[in-house]
Every structure is written in C-alpha cells, then in structure tokens.
Design a protein around this ligand. Structure first.
Ligand code: PEP
Ligand code: MG
Length: 763
C-alpha cells in the first residue's frame, strides 16, 4: 500500500475481542517495536476516528486536527498527511488500515478507493485469523446465554428422536435447508471410520512432526485442486469456500498449535485431534450463528489432514441410486467427493441454514435438512427414508401409506418438470408464429447453470449489485471484469444484458450512498448514485466494456428518469471508452447501450429517450411502485402493489410503442414477466422479450406456446382500458383458460393442467 500510494507509512490496527480498542498490529514506516504496544480507544486519535465513524478519514495536516493524538512509541511526529480506511464486518469496525506521509499532501479520490479496496480485501484474512485466534478466549456468560437463546429460536431440537410412529417408522425433525422431496436408501457417510483407524506414531518426534506437516501440505494441495474443480463446475462462490480452508491451513497460529501439540503428545494424529477439539469447542460457543458454523470449516480441513496422515483418500464407497446421505454435518468437501448424480438428499446431525454446505445443497437443488439431533444413531444403512426438505422432516422405514403419499407428490412434480424441461430446446413461439425471447434474471455466478437448465434465451438482466452485496467488500475493477467476462462466456452466443450498479433504495451498502434519507426509494439511488460516485461508475463501465469483446454484451442503465440523465451517463461511458482506448484495451465498439424504464417520467418521455439509446427494458418492479405510489418493501401497503394495474399497463404500452416507433427492441424484466396471468397481456402489448427467474422460463414458454398473438392483442386492448387490476386479472385468467391452461381462475390450479397435458402426451 505504502509503495503503491507513494506514502511513508502504512499500518494496520486491529480491534481485540472487546471491540473498543485498536492495537497497532503491523506497520511499514513506524517503529517496529511499536507493534503490539500502541493501543488506542475508538474515541481516540485519527485512527480511532475512522473506526468510530466507520468511514474513510482523509486529512492533509493531521497534527492540526483536534482528534490528533501523539503516540511517542511510534515516532510519528515526522508524519503529516493521513488517510485511513476502516475494516467493517456486519456493521462493526474490526480494524483500521492507515497511511501517512512526511510531506503535506492531498490524497486523491482514487487513493481513497485504493485504500478502501485494500481494506476490504484484508478483511476476510483478518477475520479468519481472528476466528482461529478465538480458540482460547473464554466466552462471557451473556454470550453463553445468547447461544442458548439462539439455538432455541432456531428450533434446534435438544432431543431429536420422537416416539416411534405407528407402522414402526421413525420421524425426526430438523431445519429444512434445501427444499424438495427425496425417497431413497440411507447411506451413512463414514465419518467415524477415520476416528477408529489404527495409527502408530513414529518413534522419533521430529519424524512425527514432519509427517504431520507433510499431511498439512498434501491437504493444502488437494484443496487447491478441489477448489479449482468446484469453481469450474459450479462457479467461484463454491471455490471461495475452499480458499477459506486453505487460509486455515496457512494460518501461522494453527500450524504453531499443531507443532506444539505434536511435541507434547509425540503422536501426530492425537495432536491433530486435540487441536481440532479445542477449536470446535470454542467456535461452538460463539454467539453469532454464522461464525459459529465456521467451526465446521475447521473440522472439514482437519479431517482432510487426518485422512492424509492416515494415508487414506476419503471414503469413496459407491452410493446407491437416490441415496439419502446421512452425515454428522454437511461439509463443503462432500460436494467434491460424492457422486452427486446419486445423491437424493443430504441430512445431517449438526449445522444450520447458513453453513456453506447448506448453501451448496440449495444451489444444487439437492433437498437437505440439518440439525437433526440423534439422526446418525437413529437410522440404519440401507433402510428406506423419506426426506421432506420443505417441512424439515425425515421418516425412516415409513409405512406404505406414507411412502405412497410422498411418491405421488414427487411424481406430480416430476411429470410437470419433465414436461416443461422437454421443451427446453424449443423456442417460445405463439401458435401463430410470433417469437418471444424468454431470458433469465441472474445475479450470482452460481445461478448461471440455471440459465442452461431451464432453457433460457440468455440473460435479460444481470444485476451487478448482487455480487457486490454478497461480496465481502466491494469487488475491484479487475474482479468485476473477470466476473462479467465469465458470465458473457457462459451464455455465448446468447446475449447478456449487464445492468450497471443499482444500489441505494432497499439495496443499501455501507460503502456508498447518502445515509438516513427520508425517502430512500425517491433519493440518491441507482443511476443517480452512480453518477455521484463517478470513479466507481467509470471503473464498472470499463469492466463491462472489457467483458464485451465477445460481442454478446448489452450495457443497461437502471432507473433513468430524464433525457439529461441519459446524456450524462452516456458522457461518462464515452470517458470510460476513451480510457480503454488510451490503455489499448479491446472492447465491443458497437455495444448496445440501453436503459430501464422504471419511472413514469421515463415511460412518458419514451420517444425522446428511444431516439438516444439502443434498447429499452421495462422494470415493472419499480415502475409499479412509482406509478402506484406503493413502496415495494412496505408490507402495510403490499395489497395495493399490483403490476397488473391498468395504469402500469398504460405505461408499458407507451414505452413499447415508443420503442417500435424508434425501431429499438423492448423487453420486460420485472417479476411480472414470470406471472402467468400477465404473460398473455404482455405478449398482446407487443413485448418481445420477457426476462424473469430462470426456473419460471419453462412455465412461461408453455403459456406462450398456447397463445395466439392476435387474440392476445385483443385481450391486451381490453385490459389496457380496464378500470381495475381485478378486471385485468380476470382477462388474463380468461385467456389462459381458453388456451386450455387453467381450469379455474385460481392460480393454485396451475400445476394440474400441466400434469394432465403431459399425461395426455401433449408437448
Ligand atoms: C425492476 O425494478 O423491475 C427491476 C427489474 O429491477 P430491480 O428489481 O432489481 O429493482
Ligand atoms: Mg428496479
């Protein structure tokens, strides 16, 4: 940092467990012996100020600042200008990264951004180290009480085994962490085997230490490979978990504890088990469930090392088809090790919904239940089990009646899904031949495979703020570019519409925006925020442009509300293009630049906007809230929030007509695109592309196939002139019924006609 910013000092201060003091932990430029000895409260000094305010502090003449505090140990009287960025986790400052210079100097916005990015990159490293260090810190009594309350709140059963059911089966309950039903034979994963294996330590303690360190080294290499493999298969979100595991194995504290234990025990395996047991105990006592569950990451890593030390690769016994895998905890490592094709469900004794394993199961659509106390003892390998991921229930050796019920439910869902999936490769076309593009709204790389799975025509909306919200800190330009490029490559030759950051409003992050706005939905959000934070905006634009080299990227601006705003954004795009030209970077020079119609003013001036952009996408989620004056996040007015209101239809119609007059394409990417009742009306209003949740694509395709574009147009005209949303609902229902898709107006009757149609063999 010091080198990059041409500063004389760069120091890292970290909070201890009490969170109200900062200690100098590392420095370049201050006196070495000050490390560990300079301690300040959060309300002291300029470093404290950055932590206290939870925002960067930049001061040209630090010694003149009222908060300046001099610490003789640091020898810092020689330094003048000061800049600091806090490290923040879940709204709590955990440290401060500070740079100082001898000469008075003005730090630029770009310098602040660099420092902030660096602070954010440091955060997970610090966090991991602190979690590992946490082993050894006794918990306060109130934290212990909080843990108990937390467990009770999550309904984690203390005694899991209920009385035997009639028919001899057993019913157990846990936390449903991934939805779906599975029926299959129990397969216990041999967690215990490693524990029971014979191990004879070498007679020399030095050899024992070498063997243990070699096992750590091998496990690390294995993690590298696994992470890469998982990343390739399922995306970087998956790979990131393995990087966390690698960090544990590289942690100096962890390695020192292992070495210390092996010298004391003279037995590598016993040393490893002992260290793991201490970690496990300490983590389990942390109040925050997210951090508590990180104990299982340490456990997973430990078992990996143990397997290497014992000279066994992991238990790879073949699984029976549709296996209900029963484990102690759903560890991320299992997903790399198991034949996932054969896994029907995963259930576990421990763990909660935020564990990485549970997240993996959800992403892979494998039904999963965790936190079922006593499950490993309660079941026998090979016996039949029913897993109900929706209800968080598992039944072992259930009676025939229950099996029959679940089989029928499973069959119904399978028939409908199969029928719909069979149409994957077929384009969505109305009976009279009008082609409608059905694309997917996506926000995370792990969603990409759903685009393929459900046969979407590319990505109609890539919400770039989601990776930012999910990321531990703001991704830098290079990370963004990598991400966008990956997305563009994954869907090529189909296109992806990348929307620039839509932060603010209900999508708030600490780094940006205006705090405490009275009306954040009407405030500095979306494109307004991007235009205020031009440096961040330009960096994102450069990243999108660079990812466009393959020619399948469209760039979309959210929430544009006037022509001057569009022009201003386009000027910034021009600057970003110029910057890439100067640096000699390639990009698609014809990249289409479009905007979202989400505000009535945009819909009502759509002709003017259409003349100066390449496409429209109508964002009905916001268009509905702004047209009807109904906050989309406020449950008290949720009954008034209806995109099928004739007023919203009028604005969709106006936007569509303007687009056609200007000869530019128009799509719709609000949730409305996936509402079966809305589809006939939207097709009738001339919308050429509907973009929604990937899993909704097959159902919408089914509707489009059943429609006649001419009839849909007639229905849309009536709906457009209707007086109420209820009338519009009725019109949508009528069209669907006439098309043979709905046997009553209630949308709950939706699955049945599809199942019946599939059973009649109608594709
Ligand atoms: C919309 O407003 O319709 C939209 C698609 O954007 P978001 O839901 O991300 O605000
Ligand atoms: Mg929106």
């Amino acid at each position: 940092m010091a080198k990059r910013l041409d500063a004389d000092v760069c120091s890292l201060y970290l909070c201890g467990s009490d969170l109200d003091r900062l200690t100098l932990r590392a420095t370049v430029g201050l006196r070495r012996d000050a490390v560990g000895n300079v301690v300040l409260r959060l309300d002291e000094g300029l470093v404290g100020l950055a932590a206290e305010r939870m925002e960067p502090v930049v001061i040209d003449r630090a010694s003149e600042h009222p908060r300046y505090k001099y610490f003789p140990e640091t020898g810092e009287e020689r330094f003048e200008s000061f800049m600091a960025a806090p490290l923040i986790v879940r709204n709590v400052p955990i440290g401060v990264l500070a740079v100082q210079t001898v000469n008075v100097r003005r730090f630029e916005q770009g310098d602040v951004e660099t420092l902030l990015t660096c602070a954010q990159l440091l955060m997970p490293v610090v966090l991991n180290a602190q979690l590992i260090d946490a082993a050894g810190l006794p918990l306060l009594e109130e934290q212990r009480v909080a843990v108990d309350e937390e467990l009770a709140q999550h309904g984690i059963p203390i005694t899991g085994v209920k009385p035997a059911r009639a028919g001899g089966g057993i019913e157990l309950a846990g936390i449903g962490t991934a939805r779906g039903i599975a029926i299959g034979p129990v397969s216990k994963l041999g967690q215990m085997d490693l524990e029971r294996m014979e191990y004879t330590p070498s007679s020399s303690v030095e050899q024992e230490e070498r063997d243990l360190m070699q096992a750590v080294h091998d496990a690390r290499r294995e993690l590298d490979d696994t992470g890469e493999e998982m990343g390739e298969q399922f995306g970087p979100d998956f790979a990131a978990v393995f990087n966390t595991h690698i960090q544990i194995l590289e942690d100096k504290g962890f390695l020192a504890k292992l070495k210390e234990a092996v010298r004391a025990e003279r037995d590598g395996l016993a040393a490893l088990r002992g260290v793991l047991a201490v970690y496990r105990k300490q983590f389990e006592r942390i109040a925050d469930p997210y951090f508590r569950e990180r104990a299982w990451d340490v456990e997973d890593v430990g078992r990996r090392v143990m397997a290497r030390l014992l000279g066994v690769r992991h238990d790879t016994a073949p699984l029976p088809e549709g296996a209900v895998v029963v484990v102690d905890n759903i560890l991320p490592g299992y997903f790399a090790r198991l034949d996932l094709e054969k896994v029907g469900a995963i259930i576990s004794e421990h763990g909660g919904p935020t564990s990485h394993g549970a997240i993996f199961a959800r992403t892979l659509e494998i039904p999963a239940i965790s936190g079922i106390a006593g499950v490993l003892d309660a079941c026998r390998p090979g016996e039949l089990a029913i897993v109900d991921g929706d209800e968080g229930k598992v039944y072992f050796s259930p009676d025939e009646h229950l099996v029959g019920e679940y089989e029928r439910a499973q069959q119904r869902a399978a028939v409908a899904i199969q029928h719909l999936d069979a149409m994957r490769a077929r384009p969505a076309e109305t009976r009279d031949g009008r082609r409608i593009r059905l694309s997917a709204n996506v926000g995370l790389v792990s969603d990409l495979r759903l685009v393929e799975q459900h046969g979407a025509d590319g990505i109609g909306l890539f919400r770039t703020e989601l990776p930012v919200l999910a990321h531990r800190g703001f991704p830098d330009e290079y990370e963004q570019e990598q991400l966008y490029e990956r997305v563009a490559r994954a869907v090529a030759p189909r296109s992806v519409t990348i929307r620039t950051l839509d932060l603010g409003g209900d999508k708030d992050i600490a780094e940006f925006g205006v705090e405490n706005e009275e009306n954040p939905q009407l405030g500095c959000r979306s494109i307004r925020l991007s235009l205020e934070e031009e440096g961040v905006f330009r960096a994102q634009l450069r990243a999108i442009l660079r990812a466009s080299v393959g020619g399948n990227v469209r760039l979309m601006l959210p929430m544009v509300s006037s022509l001057p705003e569009l022009r201003q954004a386009k000027r910034v795009i021009e600057v970003a293009r110029g910057e890439l030209d100067d640096a000699g970077h390639a990009y698609d020079r014809d990249i289409p630049i479009g905007l979202m119609i989400e505000v009535p003013s945009a819909a009502l001036t759509a002709d003017a906007l259409a003349r100066e952009c390449d496409f429209f996408s109508i964002g009905t989620n916001d268009l509905t809230q702004y047209t009807l004056a109904v906050d989309r996040t406020n449950e008290h007015v949720a009954h008034l929030y209806t995109p099928l209101h004739p007023a919203v239809l009028a604005l969709i119609d106006a936007s569509g007509r303007a687009a056609r007059r200007a000869g530019i394409p128009v799509s719709l990417c609000g949730e409305m695109a996936g509402n079966p009742l809305a589809v006939p009306i939207l097709v009738g209003l001339g919308i050429e592309e509907l973009s929604g949740t990937p899993s909704g694509v097959p159902v919408i395709k089914e509707i489009v196939h059943a429609l006649d574009a001419g009839e849909a147009e007639a229905a849309a005209r009536v709906a457009r002139d209707a007086g109420t949303a209820e009338e519009v609902h009725a019109i949508g229902g009528r069209v669907l019924r006439e098309a043979g898709l709905l046997d009553h107006a209630d949308i709950g009757g939706w699955l049945r006609p599809i199942v019946e149609k599939a059973e009649r063999g109608v594709a």
